[in-house]
Write a protein that binds this ligand. Sequence first.
Ligand SMILES: Cc1cc2nc3c(=O)[nH]c(=O)nc-3n(C[C@H](O)[C@H](O)[C@H](O)COP(=O)(O)OP(=O)(O)OC[C@H]3O[C@@H](n4cnc5c(N)ncnc54)[C@H](O)[C@@H]3O)c2cc1C
Length: 245
Amino acid sequence: MSDKRLTNLPKPQQMIAVLQDKQEFNPRYVELTFELKEPPTFEFLAGQYLSIQVSPEGERRAYSIASPPSLNHGFRFLVDFAPGGVGTSFLKNLTFGDQIKVLGPLGHFVVDQSSKEQALVFVGTGSGIAPLRSMIDDLLVDRQDKRPIRLYWGMRHESELFWLEDFENLNEQYKNFEFYPVISQPVGDWPLSTGHVTDMILAHKFEPQTGFYLCGRQTMIQEVTQLLKKKHQVNDSFIHFEKYY
Ligand SMILES: Cc1cc2nc3c(=O)[nH]c(=O)nc-3n(C[C@H](O)[C@H](O)[C@H](O)COP(=O)(O)OP(=O)(O)OC[C@H]3O[C@@H](n4cnc5c(N)ncnc54)[C@H](O)[C@@H]3O)c2cc1C
């Protein structure tokens, strides 16, 4: 492998974690905070995910780590409860102190730290914001990365948004960070952008050698990738993605 990021990935291991906090932003999106029991700490790269055992029969589901690697004694998930299958039902029914079996860290969706990418653009829809939050906290707060960083976050309704204040604070605090929330079906008086993340990618300009990191449903990833290649002449090697479903 020539990509240094991928040769330095931490080794996955079996872990046990305990539910410590549950923050219900709205009926659909919930943040779950776990503390590690065994081992007491772990290493991962921002953008990676964990595989959780969600049934006694051993069924598993993947959830991105939404917290940054500097928080190494536990992790946070951002879960979309809408699918309602075995994975989301398992997480929904957890109560404080419950233990979960975890395998990880897993995945290659991590930021290129070489000098190849001179600007970074993150595009997420729905719960696809989870790994992007970890990556952005890691870059801005922990690494003090000075590259221009932009986040486009698409959601259906404004009432479903969360972490808005956190991203707005980063926007104020870090001159190299720009945040664009976009709502496809606003119900009230939404003052910011309306439409889809693809509308913004179409309308905006990007510097050469920008790395793009896309996370969410397959159709969004395909549409944004097409736009980046056809409209903005972005080379494949600058486009990274994590497909949720
Ligand atoms: C690498 C990776 C990381 C992931 N990280 C997260 C994460 O951080 N947070 C999170 O909420 N989910 C995440 N997912 C999705 C998660 O693994 C499960 O697929 C999801 O929770 C649904 O599981 P389920 O068992 O409840 O539903 P299932 O019975 O597995 O699926 C039910 C149906 O819902 C669809 N579906 C799956 N996810 C969604 C969704 N978000 N919105 C609408 N429909 C959906 C499926 O395609 C399927 O048709 C991730 C997936 C992958 C591959």
